[in-house]
Design a protein around this ligand. Structure first.
Ligand code: SAM
Length: 445
């Protein structure tokens, strides 16, 4: 049966169009309905193919810009539009920032009265800003997932938001893969050797670690020869700034860039990053905020907002960077053992009296503190932690969120005991729809 052609329509995107959480803009499509499209600018009149409804809007695809709106620029990355990483490279940076902060600020004003909204901060470094990046191998390709497709990658030559040496790293890994005809992962068959390539970068030292996640080659497989891995490690270590290459073994089926065991192929396992006046050691597994120069601005502000504290409980503490930036007796809780080892080493180096514990934050028994810091992953906190905060939480909460919508859902419960006093948005993620929020909450009398 022949497929029906997708109808094409002229769509007018309003000048004050607000982006969806994924970075599409919305245009009216008749009295009741809306269309969403990537790659359009506020004010564009555009010819779009209009498809079926998804999450309340008809999905559309830009065919031609008929009358350009505001803030358009030529996207510098050749992979833009295919790669699922960036949604806003076709807009100049100021327009992107306005678009995404405007959306959240407007929502906040509509939903809650009396919140102080401090001026949003753009990123000091909008390009090559990510402190860590994960490329995927799929069959013979190495790159990022195509937009919306998890079984295919766009073979990236260079990523303009990944750490600066990513082009050389990608080139060398590709040459090596080709030389030995090493198969990348096939997600349909659940087999293959090479799975992920991770680069962790320090802006302060301009140094990097590379971790290569693979399945374990069978003993009779030529890829089991250690010389082959040494060849790659030495080739990567010859790139200026290289500090270590780690081979990570991941034989399970879960699509995560991690593994059960690892081996240091060359160099060392940690690098040093500096944020404001503090240095942190980081392994490839430990979380660190994605844009250290923007993070430095946020930490300085957090320090001004909360001042010296008697006792600080830093939940989801990673390598301890937020708690260690503040003054007060510190207890940190984090679930990744390597991050806890880094946090302990960081406190020792800084001469700080601090305790760091490897545990789930929701299970941490003692919430007594003058300040609790909460910086959970995108999925938010465990509901039981929110319930405990209502009963036993500190007078002040400093919530750091990379997913404002999730924070807002949690706030619907938290507001029984806390009032959102102040918010400031920071752009840790230029060219993407994401934003970081610094949120100050006070316990209601
Ligand atoms: C958004 S990061 C924040 C890290 C740190 N606060 C920082 O600024 O670098 C979230 C951290 O929570 C950790 N994590 C995830 N689930 C957790 C849980 N249930 N309990 C404790 N830590 C958890 C992750 O390993 C990660 O380090």
């Amino acid at each position: 049966m022949q497929k029906r052609p997708v109808p094409t329509r002229e769509l007018q995107f309003p000048l004050e169009a607000l982006p969806t959480p994924k970075g599409q803009l919305l245009a009216p499509l008749g009295p009741e309905s809306k269309a969403s499209a990537y790659g359009v600018a506020p004010g564009d009149l555009a010819l779009c193919m209009v498809g079926g409804k998804k999450k309340g809007a008809r999905q559309s695809w830009l065919r031609q810009v008929l009358e350009p709106g505001v803030g358009r620029q030529e996207a510098p990355c050749p992979h833009f539009g295919f790669c699922g990483g960036c949604s806003f490279q076709h807009l100049n940076y100021q327009r992107q920032l306005r678009l995404k902060t405007g959306a959240l600020e407007e929502r906040l004003r509509q939903l809650e009265e009396g919140v102080e909204i401090w001026p949003a901060q753009g990123a000091p470094t909008p390009w090559y800003y990510r402190s860590k990046v994960e490329f995927s191998f799929i069959k013979e390709d190495l790159g990022f997932n195509l937009r919306g497709l998890f079984q295919k990658v766009t073979p990236v030559r260079e990523c303009l938001i990944a750490p600066p040496p990513n082009r050389q790293i990608l080139e060398r890994v590709r040459q090596w893969q080709k030389k030995y005809a090493l198969p990348g992962w096939d997600p349909r068959l659940n087999e293959g050797l090479l799975r992920y390539l991770i680069v962790r970068y320090s802006f302060y030292k301009r140094q990097f670690l590379v971790a290569l996640v693979t399945t374990t080659p069978a003993p009779q497989n030529p890829a089991a020869d250690p010389a082959l891995w040494q060849e790659l490690a030495q080739s990567l270590m010859a790139i200026p700034g290289a500090q270590g290459v780690i081979h990570v073994y991941h034989d399970g089926l879960s699509p995560v860039a991690s593994g059960q065991s690892e081996e240091l192929l060359a160099g060392k396992e940690e690098i040093i990053e500096r944020v404001n006046d503090l240095e942190f050691s980081l392994g490839w597994r430990s979380f660190f905020q994605s844009n250290p120069p923007a993070y430095a601005q946020m930490l300085a502000q957090a320090r001004r907002w909360v001042g010296p504290q008697e006792k600080i409980l830093d939940l989801y503490c990673g390598v301890g960077s937020i708690g260690l930036s503040l003054e007060g007796d510190l207890v940190g809780v984090e679930s990744v053992p390597q991050a806890i080892a880094n946090a302990q080493a960081n406190a020792r180096r800084l001469g700080r009296k601090a305790q760091f514990h490897c545990a789930n934050s929701e299970d941490w028994p003692d919430l007594k503190a003058s300040l609790i810091i909460i910086d959970p992953p995108r999925s938010g906190c465990h509901p039981s932690l929110i319930q405990r905060l209502l009963k036993e939480g500190s007078p002040t909460l400093l919530y750091i969120s990379c997913n404002f919508s999730r924070f807002w859902e949690e706030y619907q419960s938290l507001k029984e005991a806390y009032r959102l006093e102040r918010v400031q948005f920071y752009d840790f993620f230029p060219h993407t729809p994401h934003l970081e929020s610094l949120l100050l909450l006070r316990r209601r009398p």
